[in-house]
Write a protein that binds this ligand. Structure first.
Ligand code: A4P
Ligand code: MG
Length: 222
């Protein structure tokens, strides 16, 4: 969200570029965005996509999960010969309507090398709207809630990370939907939440004592 005041990193701290911005106001609605990548620098693509989302006018990223890993699901079922996916979920507040939000997501995908050759094929980045407020739609351009989210651990698990009491429209509590699924994702060792972005670590200050100066006294190394 680039219209809403200076970026902040926390109470009393100085503004940091790329850190969370102020919410877009009372007309905003909560949306849940699912992110997936199984090509390229998957972790970097997901982090970059969340930052790009927050930079869209009318979109404010509230939180994003850590990435989780899962086997690629193709139209023929799970396929371990394909690169594994990293998936994550972002919670956003937005004043955009559904199709405008979808257009913003597709633009972020295209900017990051997404090509569409095959349905459920390998991709650098996939951004789906899981829910937008209480909207319900069977428009094939934007079906809401997302028609496959309720059956996907790679959506429900990261969603619960950031919203433990989440509900998925008429389908019910996300925790209950997940409990009914046979599959689980795998955590990614050492990978933190995609949002807020890690603050730049202060430049390390070396504390070791300086090495003794070489002895240039005439005859010292004789
Ligand atoms: N569309 C309709 N509703 C929505 C929505 N709620 N959000 C339309 C986003 N798009 C929506 O999407 C095809 C069309 O869906 C779009 O033109 C849009 O108008 P796409 O991104 O071009 O193609 P796709 O993603 O291959 O198709 P689809 O059917 O949306 O696939 P899914 O359901 O997103 O599944 N395995 C793992 N482990 N992890 C994954 O993330 N993802 C997929 C893609 C398959 N296997 C996976 C994963
Ligand atoms: Mg998609």
């Amino acid at each position: 969200m680039s219209t809403a005041g200076p970026a902040r990193s926390g109470p009393g701290s100085v503004p940091v570029p790329g850190s969370p911005t102020a919410p877009p106001g009372p007309l905003a609605r909560r949306a849940v965005i699912a992110l997936g990548s199984n090509l390229g620098d998957r972790d970097g693509l997901l982090r970059d996509a969340v930052a790009a989302l927050d930079a869209v006018d009318g979109v404010h990223v509230v939180a994003a999960s850590a990435p989780v890993s899962s086997v690629a699901v193709t139209l023929d079922g799970p396929d371990e010969s394909k690169p594994d996916y990293l998936n994550a979920v972002a919670l956003v507040d937005t004043t955009l309507g559904g199709l405008d939000l979808l257009a913003a997501l597709q633009s972020i995908e295209s900017d990051r090398g997404r090509v569409r050759t095959e349905r459920w094929g390998d991709r650098t980045l996939d951004l789906d709207v899981v829910v937008l407020g209480d909207d319900e739609s069977d428009d094939p351009r934007l079906t809401l809630p997302h028609p496959r989210a309720a059956g996907r651990a790679f959506v429900l698990e990261p969603w619960l990370q950031v919203e433990p009491e989440a509900r998925l429209g008429r389908a019910g509590r996300v925790a209950d939907l997940l409990a009914a699924l046979p599959d689980r994702t795998r955590p990614v060792a050492g990978a933190g939440a995609l949002w807020p972005p890690a603050e730049r670590a202060p430049t390390a200050v070396r504390s070791e004592p300086a090495a003794p100066a070489p002895d240039h006294t005439p005859g010292a190394d004789a």
